[in-house]
Design a protein around this ligand. Sequence first.
Ligand SMILES: CC(C)(COP(=O)(O)OP(=O)(O)OC[C@H]1O[C@@H](n2cnc3c(N)ncnc32)[C@H](O)[C@@H]1OP(=O)(O)O)[C@@H](O)C(=O)NCCC(=O)NCCS
Length: 218
Amino acid sequence: MHNNKANNHLPVRPHEISLSVPVLELHSNHKPEILQHLLSLNEEDRRLRFGTQTPDQVIHQYVEGLDLDKDTVFGCFDAQLQLIGMAHLAYLPKAVGQAQAAEFGVSVLPEGRAQGIGTALLARAAVHARNTNIETLFVHCLANNKAMMHLAQKAGMQVEYAYGDADAYLKLPPANHSTRAQEAANEQWGDFDYALKGGLKRATEVLRLMIGKPIKTP
Ligand SMILES: CC(C)(COP(=O)(O)OP(=O)(O)OC[C@H]1O[C@@H](n2cnc3c(N)ncnc32)[C@H](O)[C@@H]1OP(=O)(O)O)[C@@H](O)C(=O)NCCC(=O)NCCS
């Protein structure tokens, strides 16, 4: 069933990227952090993220199977360099006569929620998708996933509901100089933020060793 009311939100143009939350593109060497992040999700969050009960073993297999040469994973880190939010942009096989599409899946740890991290990950993934010739961005989620539905609708996605599931679609305009420049700027901002937090973390650890007691970081 098509839900017109759900689609009446003003799009925030996720392909026009915001720099307010730094987002880093992750690589294979981040797999331990990705694993740790997903294992930290409770049973209900795993169900919302993957659409089904997801035991630890399945998460291990999922992370091992992530092909970061083919797909793209984005992450947001807190001051302790904990991966607080991550998004997987999975490129779907091109079907004859259909637009090139990618699927977006996201999770943010409870302590990081309602601070714009999910929105920033969606924006970053959408502009990257646009710059890599993706025409349709797709999110599959449970229809009772209010937060994800809100995020999708705020981004101007079309939402269709069927049998307790919801499919959200976003048609992306083609890339241009501006989207490439936006992504380059966001990459630099993400790299800078990660390096800065890494430096602060190391400095704090050294200071802690010198003083001999824990130091509170923001
Ligand atoms: C969905 C999820 C990624 C959102 O992350 P987040 O960092 O909190 O997202 P943001 O802070 O950018 O935005 C959340 C928005 O949803 C709204 N929201 C949160 N809970 C809501 C609810 N129960 N009903 C309606 N809106 C809700 C917030 O108010 C906010 O809206 P605003 O930006 O207009 O103020 C996070 O809740 C999560 O990880 N959930 C578990 C996994 C999951 O559901 N993944 C999606 C399936 S792929």
